[in-house]
Design a protein around this ligand. Structure first.
Ligand code: ZN
Length: 88
């Protein structure tokens, strides 16, 4: 069982969170031409690499805020957590 430190609520069980995907994906700029490939990459294409990743999680059974988590996908070790608008 993982324990995730919510920056708003403190240390909580993983059961209170929902995984939200890769935190490094950037939405294409508004009002600019976007190729089909760039849109596909934003919406669908993800790499499933082993190791340290920056992820989005939502504290669904707590404050309901989105947070960023830096986690190793092989060991599940969590290095850092931050509010969604902060860099980790
Ligand atoms: Zn929380």
């Amino acid at each position: 069982m993982l324990h995730i430190k919510c920056p708003h609520c403190g240390m909580r069980s993983q059961n209170e969170f929902s995984y939200g995907g890769d935190a490094t994906v950037k939405r294409p700029e508004l009002n600019k031409e976007v190729s089909d490939q760039d849109w596909d990459n934003f919406v669908y294409n993800r790499k499933s690499l082993r190791g340290k990743h920056k992820e989005l999680w939502q504290h669904i059974s707590g404050c309901r805020q989105w947070i960023k988590v830096e986690r190793d996908t092989a060991t599940h070790e969590i290095f850092k957590t931050a509010k969604a608008n902060e860099d980790i």
